[in-house]
Design a protein around this ligand. Structure first.
Ligand code: 2AM
Ligand code: CA
Ligand code: CA
Ligand code: CA
Length: 264
């Protein structure tokens, strides 16, 4: 038997502590490096934050596995057992350029099922958290179930890149959606965009390619308030691989899926 309530208490404590360190880092000089390309940034704070969580988790839960973006965790071939999926800073470019619009994101999964989800908007001190079957919260505020919204009244998040020539999707697929919705937004942090869907600040969010750590925490939160989380084909996500993502209010998700993305 796993003690989820104990894990939840530790997770919140560690996330708050990590967030404090990240805020304090604003006073220091960042060491910024690039990863896959010149716009794919990583800083010493991304790495230190991931290492902080790994040390804390290993000390209390030596049998749990850890999947982290910066690679200090385990090399996983399956999601068997209890797995902490960690994005120490989601929205690193925003962290570097704006000192806002980034988040710490953590999902705790048991045999592939999301049980605990956390997205911490460090700058606003807003912790979105939830547990499967027990609801989702923003700090102490219980997030209400998501209500249906029509496409023409929806505010959705997507990156403008996907309506220009790009290698992932024909821009003529998303252009009609961009025209039909009330408004589009782009925050540059997948985790925050998922937290905003969970809290009703956005009605939907879609993107072409995300990694497990971008999605793990947000999936738990969104499903807990009755939102839908799939890839762009409508398939369930596999948290071991990269995939596309469509999250949204229940009927809106369906409309975007069948009237735009997979028409006819
Ligand atoms: P990151 O800041 O943790 O890298 C930016 O639009 C969003 O996409 C952020 O959530 C960012 O997460 C993520 N992202 C950035 N580069 C990515 C990449 N090469 N593959 C997948 N996701 C990426
Ligand atoms: Ca990154
Ligand atoms: Ca990320
Ligand atoms: Ca990251």
């Amino acid at each position: 038997m796993s003690n989820w309530s104990e894990m939840d208490t530790y997770a919140k404590q560690w996330i708050k502590e990590a967030g404090k360190k990240v805020r304090e880092s604003f006073q220091t000089e960042l060491n910024i490096q690039t990863k896959s390309n010149r716009n794919d940034l990583v800083t010493n704070i991304d790495k230190e934050t991931e290492q902080f969580f790994i040390e804390k988790i290993r000390a209390v839960y030596p049998n749990h596995k850890i999947l982290g973006e910066e690679g200090f965790g385990d090399e996983l071939e399956s999601l068997d057992g209890i797995v902490w999926i960690i994005d120490p800073i989601d929205g690193t470019m925003n962290f570097v350029h704006q000192q806002r619009n980034f988040a710490i994101s953590i999902g705790v999964y048991e045999n592939g099922t999301g049980i605990l989800g956390y997205i911490y908007d460090v700058v606003h001190d807003e912790l979105y958290h939830g547990q499967k079957g027990k609801g989702a919260y923003m700090n102490d505020y219980a997030l209400p179930k998501l209500e249906a919204v029509k496409v023409e009244n929806a505010v959705i998040a997507l990156n403008a890149l996907w309506v220009t020539e790009n290698r992932k999707i024909d821009p003529s697929i998303l252009a009609p959606l961009v025209r039909d919705v009330r408004a589009t937004r782009s925050y540059g942090s997948a985790a925050l965009e998922m937290a905003f869907v969970a809290s009703g600040r956005l009605d939907a969010y879609l993107t072409m390619r995300l990694a497990p750590w971008d999605i793990a925490g947000g999936k738990v939160l969104i499903e807990e308030v009755g939102g839908v989380v799939t890839d762009l084909k409508g398939n369930e996500l596999n948290l071991l691989n990269k995939s596309s993502l469509l999250v949204g209010k229940p009927r809106l998700h369906n409309r975007i899926l069948y009237d735009y993305l997979n028409k006819g």
